[in-house]
Write a protein that binds this ligand. Sequence first.
Ligand code: UD1
Ligand code: MG
Length: 490
Amino acid sequence: MSDSRLAVVVLAAGQGTRMRSSRAKVLHPIAGVPLLGHVLATARELDPAFVVTVVRHQRDAVAEAVDEYLPSSIVVDQDEVPGTGRAVEQAVEALPAGFDGDIVVLSGDVPLLDAVTLSGLLDAHRRALAGATVLSALLADATGYGRVVRDPSGEFERIVEHRDAGDAELGIGEINSGVYAFSVAALRTALPRITSANAQGEKYLTDAIALMRSTGAPVAAVPVAEPWIVEGINDRVQLSEQAARLNAMIVRRWQREGVTVHDPRSTWIDLDVTLAEDVELLPGTRLAGATTVDRFAVIGPDTTLVGCEVGEGASVVRTDATLAVIGAHASVGPFAYLRPGTELGAGGKIGTYVETKNARIGRGSKVPHLSYIGDAEIGEGTNIGAGGITANYDDLAKHRTIIGSHVHTGAHNVFVAPVELGDGSKVGAGAVIRKDVPAGALAISVAPQRNRLGWTEEHRAGTDAASAAAASASGTAAASGSASGTAPGS
Ligand code: UD1
Ligand code: MG
């Protein structure tokens, strides 16, 4: 049941110059979700009647993210008047005229702020019947932030921006986090009256708060327990710091849910990942997208899984996999590369130096060594010999290779697609399969081997090879150094 007296405004119109990026700041991801996605998720947790997201810089891309992460949000385009005050003013205009509740203002670049902290802010705000309640934080280094100026009795007085602050004000350690609760009525009165007369030529939302106070409305600043909760991201240093913090929280959560994580700092888990009890993650593991891992599976070391599904008891070692399904008790790696559309059946194996793509490998089937299997379907209980290659591409189109169940292919086979091998068939080593192989048949495509006896002694007389051959023929062990040192390359 939503809080009909609550609206949330998310500010996401700014450019984020300090990111030095062609991508809008709020679209940079941490834990696989853009900063704005984290903020919208928190907004939704508050269960407000309305969410309004204000956009301008890279408007279409940002609006698309709003549509993905909180489609119910109203999107408002900020006009050419700059500043947080103008952004909130336009957001308020987008709310129904009859809405007379409270507004929580969030910044699109503060991803770790949680709904519990915000509920506390809102409760304090409502209890005090305040015009505005500012979420503040005490920082050792307050550079760049607006400072909270209090009067001698400790009451909130105003916020002064870093660029507008005097020396005494610059010494203040309590900063404005840029997150607030407002009474919409107080905002409707104050916002039209603020101006852009300041160092940045912007309409400052913070000036509206000073104005409320001067008209007698109660205003207050409430510090958060720990400053990182409200830390905004302005550059890529902060981006990595907040990403690491969030990751540490995610890893801890899974540990408490029964996942063994050997090295939390080198283990990266996206927000959308799902892990079962008794999963084991070895160092250097990155689980991204909507990856799911079932019980007793062991992942890593040095493994990246993006949008993969791993079955119970599977083992995935030193592997890079995207959009792949790995069956229960299957084994993958070390050094495997699973591209989208790979499906490995229960108990199957994709081994060392194997690349797969768009390939269904059936229950118990194995591709153990040095292979490329693409656009292929392999039945159950089949073994692909070392070095098996599906030649799926004829430089115009991709073709499929279909290999049945209980097939044994030889070492170093090439399957020139489209081609089909029937159930129970066999292929000799080194064969190039260009024609279908019927069920139960043995396919051999290499020319019969001829041995020309005495070739080395005839053509390589005087070399170590020739004397070794001679010694072998006479049944004597070749004595080292018996050749006269004329071997090529010696
Ligand atoms: C703002 C606060 C400052 C506070 C700091 C916390 C004001 C005047 N100052 O400063 O007191 O310490 O946040 O991080 O509010 N935005 C818009 N439209 C605009 C300008 C900004 O939507 O015209 C959005 C930005 O995308 C961002 C947020 O508002 O999400 C904050 O804007 P930013 O420019 O970072 O404000 P600061 O100067 O950091
Ligand atoms: Mg900022």
